[in-house]
Structure formats: C-alpha cells, structure tokens
Design a protein around this ligand. Structure first.
Ligand SMILES: Cc1ncc(COP(=O)(O)O)c(C=O)c1O
Length: 422
C-alpha cells in the first residue's frame, strides 16, 4: 500500500502520499490487525486495550447510550469551532486547580487529535506571508515522532540539529539537546518537541524547556509541546514531571494513548490569540471537532476520575511492561555493544545497536520475516544530514503488547541482533 500512486497529483498531493515512515507504520498496523495472530507487531503506536480503563470507557458509553437526549445532541449537531463550552471550561478549571496556571476557557480548544492539530499549527504558523517567510519548523532534539514529517505543506521545511549523546552506563544512553547547535531565527515558525519523546522516551528538563521557550519567544516563535504520552494525561511518565506552560507554549493533549485512539480527539492549550486562529483554521478544514471524545473527557474530568486512571492504571501498566522488556533485552544483549535509551516515559524501547553490521532497515526486514515488526530508526531522524550513521543503527520497539507476545518478540529481536554481531 505504501507505494507511489499512478494518478496525477499536485505537489501537495505528492508530498502527502509519498512513501514515508508514518504511512509504513500505519500499513504495518493494518496488516497486523488483519492477520492478527501470527505477527507480533512491535512497530506501531497503538495503545494496549487495558482492561481497567476499557471498563471505565465502556460504562461511560453505556451511560451515554441510555441518555437519549444527550447522545442525540452529540451525534446530531456540529459542535462550536473551538469545541463545546463545557469541555473548555472544565479543562481550564482542571489546569488552574492542578497546576495553578492562569488559564481560562479561551486558552483551550477541542481538536481531532494531535496529528490533525499539528497539521493546522505547522501550516498556520509556517509558510510565506506578506512581511516575512517563516519556512521551517525546528525540532531541537531528534529522534522525533515520525509523523511530523507528513504534516508540512510544500515550502515548509524541517530543521533538526544533531543531539549530543550521553553514555549513562554499559546498557543505557541518553540524547541531550545540543544548545550550541540550536538556532532560532526569523525563519523559524515554531519549535516543536514531544514530551516524553516518541520514539526515545526522552524527558526534557524544566530548565531546558524554559531555555527553549525563551529563545523561541525572542524570535516570535511558539514552543509546541506535544504531550501525546505526557502530562497531564495520559501521563505515561516514570518520574514526577508536571507539564511546562507559558503564554508562548502550545500544549497538545490527546485521548489516543488514554486508550481511545478511535475517537480521534484531543485538546490544545495556548494563548487566546493562538487558540482563536487555530479554531478558525480548523473550522476551514473540519467544520467542527469531534464531540463524542470531548464528552468522554469532560466526564472523566468532572468525576475526578482522570488522574487516578492515568497514574494508577495506565502509567503503572506501561511501566511494568517497559521494566520487563528492558531488563530481558539488557541481559540478552549483554555481550553486544547495544544500549537502550533511558526510559523516561511512553511505551517504547529505543535500542541503539552501535556498529551494527547492517542497517536498521535490514534488521527490520529480517525481523519481519520472522514475524516481528519493529520500527526502523532512521525514519525518526527528521531532516538530518544522511551522513550520520547513528539513526541507521537504531530501532523502536513497542511494549504495548500482551506478556506472551512481548516475551517472544523481545527474544526474537535479541537473537537476531546477537546473531548479527556474531
Ligand atoms: C508524539 C505523537 N504526536 C502525535 C501523535 C498523533 O496522535 P493522535 O492520535 O492524537 O492524532 C502521535 C501518535 O502516535 C504521537 O506519538
């Protein structure tokens, strides 16, 4: 499916349909869903259907189905451009109370998920205008989410300087933002990062976020923090790490990794001016955001259920998976030069096989023939000069799997890598 198309396309049509890491991952996911039993899919970003959270959501849907007037309103009407007022009020109140932020409903809008929201943001902020041209999105630390590259209209570019690599011990390493290479200029439309990062599970310190925010703000660019896995929900973070906020920040929240990816819903928190612009652009694109996801979120927040769900159910679940898979991988690869990225959050393991005798893509293909799908690392090094071999030595492994599949998958990956070095 991820093949060039034969119909005639515009530049935008070609840009959005050409072979890419994201389209490849979504094809692998669809393939694994179809063939079901045989493939162990450790490639995509699907959340695990955690039993305890499914029960919460299913009973909310059942309640909703029993309230005829409510459900008919939700599916029968377009919501307001920035989403329904109750959701915006509730979320702003929640953020004020939990983090002391000075935000009102004017700072919040409902979105159709982070992917759609990022498309709006990147193209609303970047590209030619009357007085200047802000034509690049700066990613201060790569590897970054593979889907960012699929969101840029022709003319908008990615800039992503090399990070520095800190070796933590024999088994672990960590990427750090190399501030000596970070240059925010008049051309920068936005600085963007995921927190925790997908793929590496990197947590940026508050000091680094403040610094990035400061240098972005100086040049009139916002700092976009994509919290698809982060705080305040789903909060898959393995340490105390409240979300960062300033009037120059654009924070993106998604319901997907709460276990609701089918609802295609999320939220954006930003200055009222940016929220107003965002809502107008989104209305041109979608008419209105999804009301069902917003309703479910409003209920979770109103009932005070969201924090417990995130910290007790979702975060613990993934932390156990990561702990199991990483310790198995570390012991199986003890005699190789492989290292894992320090796991600050999310549900991926990012594995660096230094001096791997062949490319990560080759490892991906070899593993696929054995029935395990992983994500090849090079796709995550957005916009980086191709001479850096590091990306080709990495793979991303999802741990959002049942224990038996996780166990077998990790075993097959480790065997293949040990064999390769031999
Ligand atoms: C970092 C990151 N941002 C955005 C998205 C897209 O999220 P959504 O499902 O809310 O569109 C994903 C999905 O996996 C992601 O990992």
């Amino acid at each position: 499916m991820n093949e060039p198309l034969s119909c005639e396309l515009s530049n935008a049509g070609s840009a959005f349909t050409r072979r890419s890491g994201l389209l490849g991952l979504m094809d692998d996911l669809a393939e694994a869903n179809k063939s079901n039993q045989d493939t162990i899919n450790m490639g995509g970003g699907s959340p695990f259907p955690i039993k305890a959270s499914r029960e919460v959501y299913t009973s909310l849907f059942q309640e909703l189905a029993n309230s005829r007037a409510e459900i008919e309103k939700l599916y029968g009407q377009y919501s307001a451009p920035a989403g329904n007022q109750e959701t915006r009020d509730k979320l702003a109140g929640y953020l004020r109370k939990k983090f002391g932020w000075n935000v009102s409903s004017e700072h919040v809008a409902v979105t159709n998920g982070n992917q759609a929201a990022l498309f709006v943001l990147f193209n609303m902020l970047g590209g030619p205008n009357e007085s200047a041209e802000r034509n690049e999105i700066l990613f201060p630390l790569i590897p970054e989410y593979v889907g960012y590259q699929n969101l840029l209209l022709p003319g908008l570019k990615v800039r992503a300087p090399k990070p520095s690599i800190q070796i933590l011990n024999d088994h672990l390493f960590e990427y750090r933002v190399d501030f000596s290479r970070i240059q925010v200029t008049e051309k920068t439309a936005a600085v963007c990062l995921s927190q925790p990062s997908n793929p590496a599970g990197k947590i940026h310190s508050e000091t680094d976020l403040k610094k990035l925010d400061y240098i972005s703000n100086e040049k009139g660019a916002p700092l976009i923090i994509d919290s698809a896995y982060g705080a305040p929900f789903p909060n898959i973070i393995f340490s105390e790490c409240p979300p960062y906020w300033s009037e120059n920040t654009i924070l993106l929240l998604s319901l997907s990794k709460l276990g609701l990816p089918g609802l295609r819903s999320g939220l954006i928190v930003a200055s009222p001016e940016r929220i107003a612009a965002f809502s107008k652009f989104s209305t041109s694109l979608n008419l209105a955001p999804n009301s069902i996801g917003a309703h479910i979120l409003t209920e979770l927040v109103s009932r005070g259920a969201i924090d417990h769900l995130c910290s007790q159910t979702i975060c613990n679940f993934y932390q156990e998976k990561i702990a199991f898979a990483s310790s198995k991988l570390i012991s199986s690869l003890a005699d190789t030069p492989c290292r894992l990225h320090h796991m600050g959050g999310g549900f991926f393991i990012w594995l660096w096989c230094e001096h791997l005798p062949f490319l990560g893509r080759e490892l991906y293909s070899r593993l696929k023939t054995k029935g395990v799908v992983v994500a090849p690392g090079e796709e995550f090094f957005l916009g980086l000069e191709p001479d850096w071999s590091h990306g080709r030595e990495c793979i991303r492994i999802s741990c959002a799997l049942p224990d038996t599949q996780l166990n077998v998958g990790i075993e097959l990956i480790a065997d293949e890598i040990v064999d390769a070095y031999r």
